[in-house]
Write a protein that binds this ligand. Structure first.
Ligand code: FES
Length: 171
């Protein structure tokens, strides 16, 4: 077996002439291709979320569900609650005015971020992409959400607030 000179380049380098500088170099074209693939993957996953939401709408709510004692939610305030079924769905209950209550699904109809009631604006905000909904009807006022927020009917009985499936669709 021959011994190689330690100062000399190893003989395998002649067989595989890759410069280490070139081996770690990422060209602009490769980087652009990577970004393109990444953007495509994001677009696909967003599309999947939208299609899934449209193809599998929320299940119908059976009966009335107690949410809170009316006295615990002052006018202008919001409380979050959940209703468990096949899936657990988060909602918000808003005490708009005296004897005026609204309940909406808390998942934004764009990409399902959690929405919140903004008392100062008297609107519902989705902070993810600056989406805004009417606190009165759930209609989209601004931003990318494609549909109104699904709404429940609110019933107040003997100082207790209940929600139930909406009798008429959002108009
Ligand atoms: S997720 Fe609500 S505006 Fe995009």
């Amino acid at each position: 077996m021959s011994k190689e000179d330690p100062g000399k380049e190893p003989s395998w380098k002649a067989d595989f002439p890759i410069e280490s500088k070139r081996a770690t170099h990422v060209s602009r074209r490769e980087f652009a291709k990577f970004l393109g693939l990444l953007s495509g993957a994001f677009a696909l996953s967003n599309g999947f979320i939208v299609i899934k939401a449209m193809a599998f709408p929320s299940e119908k709510l059976e009966g009335e569900h107690f949410v809170a004692n009316a006295a615990e939610v002052p006018v202008g305030e919001m409380v979050q609650f959940e209703i468990s079924g096949e899936k657990t769905i988060p909602y918000i209950l808003i005490h708009l005015e005296e004897n005026e209550w609204r309940a909406f699904e808390q998942k934004c109809t764009h990409l399902t971020c959690a929405v919140r009631y903004r008392k100062t604006e008297n609107k519902i905000e989705c902070p993810c992409h600056n989406g805004w909904f009417s606190a009165d009807t759930g209609e989209v006022l601004q931003g990318p959400p494609p549909r109104p927020l699904p709404q429940l009917d609110v019933v107040v009985k003997e100082g207790k607030v209940y929600v139930r499936e909406r009798e008429r669709e959002n108009v």
